[in-house]
Write a protein that binds this ligand. Structure first.
Ligand code: FAD
Ligand code: SF4
Length: 626
């Protein structure tokens, strides 16, 4: 591998955007919203596709690893690596074209989800998949993780909405991936260069692993773990999906769908053509209140039979944190009593009359089956937004917990068929109890995906033992229920080590073959999906982590000291929101990570934890970041 100086100089000669190799910049890109931290080699912020081509070319010549990056809101460490980071968010963030009639958009990877929806809203359209991070997460990141959200019951995952991907392979050659007939695939296998090699290997994988794909992929479509080899055969894909034309017919082979969810390990996306859906004219929300989480889970099947648009559960721990939060508590007047859980059930209709009649059906069902002690119905759009805001803010509230024990993401994305949830969740709880921890429960009951995080202190050896044991036992539980360990957040560093337990050694070999076909020298975001270094490698906080405490004029004793206050930044990137709010005007103006609050917190933590010299605390670079 080349010396860092050579690499930096070579990049500066050919890239028009920013090239950053100083230590502070590298540290700003060393974290995401996960428990990991890895300092990258350097950062490129491309102005346009030519910059990306130039950077990929230099990386090839100098045999350097690459990591394409969006908002850096990933939860399992797939956005940090010892690599050259390519940050698409500052400049390559535009809607390139919309065809309202045919319902598609062509977008750049750094485009934020909400900005796409803002753009197509006047046309009555919507990009269906909706993450809780939609105000700062990007289309590139959604394609990278195969993201989904509260409305996946209606719209599926990102894979169900991708039509075409224009990307760079690791050797710098450009490809356009979309749907193919079997004959077209055959023709492509006769092509030259790396692209031809990729097609040949894909055709071979399709043939060699067909039986194993049919046998080992979960039947339930809500899955993102591993690579999408199932797309080669149409196994375990969402029935009646929009991508399949909504008529339940098997969808054709698509190279674009194959690479969705590949977490930056196969190629660098330059552009994507994505499907848009009609925005529902009317929605209504019914929030059912329960005395008991188990009662909520048991009622979810009955609720699903009423044809909802979304069914989301939130537990008491999160509701209590919301009550303690100044912003959220002001907007919680609609909560009745002190529920152990609430279920947000949403319906759509052509008009309010239709949504009213659907709510009545649910209320009839509730009266008949006797679940929930109260319900709050919202037809007003503003009130519905308030309710959804609480649901979306849930994880952020949880992560803001004071002290060294934090709700850690590593088993937070499991999914089983919804009808199994009521048996699955108590077993999950038993595992937490066995390892002396508790968890917060929230997520998409509609599709069997619950985000459950154990509260653990990673700065002590006991915390490490808990992570290891819980990850192991939850994987076994998921396999027993025929579910998936990752259903929208991706595998990253936390779950890649467990993929083989889900799919078995033969399919794991198929994953490695796919990776080698695209990336023969293992330079695309290495260590994710295949050949993982292990769940406890490269932790942001570990037993070695120590901080020093500066003398401050303000009193931080409430937060446990200045360093503890800095550590309350959990990296979820809420401060990178671009359309609304006032949190970070400097970020909104510059779209530069170093001007986000997360960037500032990361820079401070770097100095306080000894990753940068203490004198930097009052140095020029920190002054610029602050
Ligand atoms: C509080 C919170 C709530 C969340 N809720 C949800 C949720 O409801 N649903 C959900 O699906 N996820 C959720 N996530 C996870 C995450 O926000 C989403 O998966 C999101 O879509 C990631 O977008 P990003 O722009 O931050 O991508 P990043 O984190 O920057 O990147 C994600 C992956 O995509 C790859 N990638 C990015 N750009 C490119 C490119 N141009 N070419 C190739 N690969 C690329 C990266 O290498 C990486 O592997 C949540 C995260 C947090 C912190
Ligand atoms: S500074 Fe705050 S909003 Fe930004 S990532 Fe950290 S915790 Fe989230």
């Amino acid at each position: 591998m080349a010396r860092v100086n050579d690499l930096e100089n070579a990049l500066r000669r050919v890239v028009r955007g920013s090239v950053r190799f100083d230590q502070a910049s590298r540290l700003l890109y060393s974290t995401d919203a996960s428990m990991y931290q890895v300092e990258p080699i350097g950062v490129v912020i491309p102005r346009h596709a030519d910059d990306v081509r130039a950077a990929v070319q230099v990386a090839r010549e100098q045999q350097v690893a690459l990591l394409p990056r969006g908002g850096g809101t990933s939860l399992t460490g797939q956005t940090v690596n010892r690599a050259l980071v390519v940050d698409f968010t500052q400049h390559m963030n535009r809607v390139l074209k919309v065809n309202a009639e045919e319902q598609w958009a062509r977008v750049q990877p750094g485009l934020v989800q909400d900005e796409l929806n803002h753009h197509v809203r006047p046309m009555g359209l919507l990009f269906g998949p909706d993450t809780s991070t939609s105000n700062r997460a990007t289309l590139g990141g959604m394609l990278g993780n195969n993201s989904g959200g509260s409305h996946s019951l209606a719209y599926g995952l990102t894979v169900d909405h991708v039509i075409e991907i224009r990307a760079l392979l690791v050797d710098g050659s450009e490809v356009v991936f979309g749907e193919l007939t079997a004959a077209e695939l055959q023709a492509k296998t006769r092509g030259a260069g790396l692209e031809g090699q990729v097609y040949r290997e894909v055709a071979a994988i399709r043939e060699t692993y067909a039986d194993e794909i049919r046998a080992r992929y979960p039947k339930h479509w809500r899955r993102v773990a591993g690579y999408n080899l199932n797309e080669l055969l149409g196994v375990g894909v969402r029935p009646h999906s929009y991508a399949g034309g909504g008529n339940g017919s098997p969808r054709p082979l698509s190279m674009a769908r194959l690479v969705v969810g590949s977490e930056g390990t196969l190629l660098t996306i330059l552009e994507a053509k994505v499907r848009l859906v009609k925005r529902p004219p009317a929605t209504a929300v019914n929030v059912i209140h329960y005395h008991d989480m188990q009662e909520a889970l048991e009622s979810s099947q009955a609720i699903l039979e009423t044809g909802p648009y979304a069914v989301e559960v939130t537990d008491k721990l999160i509701l209590d944190l919301a009550r303690d939060n100044i912003e959220q508590s002001r907007r919680m007047g609609w909560i009745q009593g002190d529920p152990a859980a609430i279920m947000i059930v949403e319906y759509t209709g052509e008009n309010e009359a239709e949504t009213r009649s659907k709510i009545q059906v649910l209320e009839g069902r509730r009266a008949r089956d006797g679940f929930g002690y109260a319900a709050h119905v919202a037809y007003d759009a503003g009130e519905q937004r308030t309710i959804w805001n609480l649901r979306k803010a849930g994880l952020g509230l949880l992560l803001g917990m004071k002290g060294d024990k934090k709700p850690i993401a590593f088993v937070e994305d499991t999914c089983v068929e919804p009808r199994h949830l009521a048996q699955f969740v108590p077993r999950f709880k038993e595992i937490f109890a066995k390892h002396d921890t508790v968890g917060a429960y929230y997520g998409h009951c509609s599709v069997g995906c619950l985000h459950i995080r154990p509260v653990i202190d990673l700065k002590v050896p006991r915390g490490m033992e808990q992570v290891r044991a819980i990850a192991d036992e939850i994987t076994a539980l998921v396999v027993e229920f025929g579910g998936t360990i990752s259903s929208e957040h991706g595998d990253g560093r936390a779950r890649s080590p467990f993929i083989e337990r889900m799919y078995g050694p033969k399919l794991m070999e198929g994953f490695r073959r796919l990776k080698r076909a695209f990336d023969p020298d293992n330079r695309m975001n290495p260590g994710n999906i295949v050949d993982s270094p292990g769940i406890l490698e490269n932790l942001r906080y570990g037993v070695e982590y120590k901080t020093w405490e500066p003398v401050t004029m303000l009193d931080f004793s409430n937060e446990g000291g200045f360093a503890a206050a800095v550590e309350m930044c959990n990296g979820v990137g809420q401060c990178r929101k671009s359309l609304e709010g006032t949190m970070c005007p400097s970020y909104m103006a510059t779209r530069d990570e170093e001007h986000s609050t997360r960037g500032r917190a990361n820079a401070l933590r770097a100095v306080l934890s000894g990753r940068m010299a203490p004198r930097e605390f009052t140095g020029e670079r920190l002054h610029e970041v602050m």
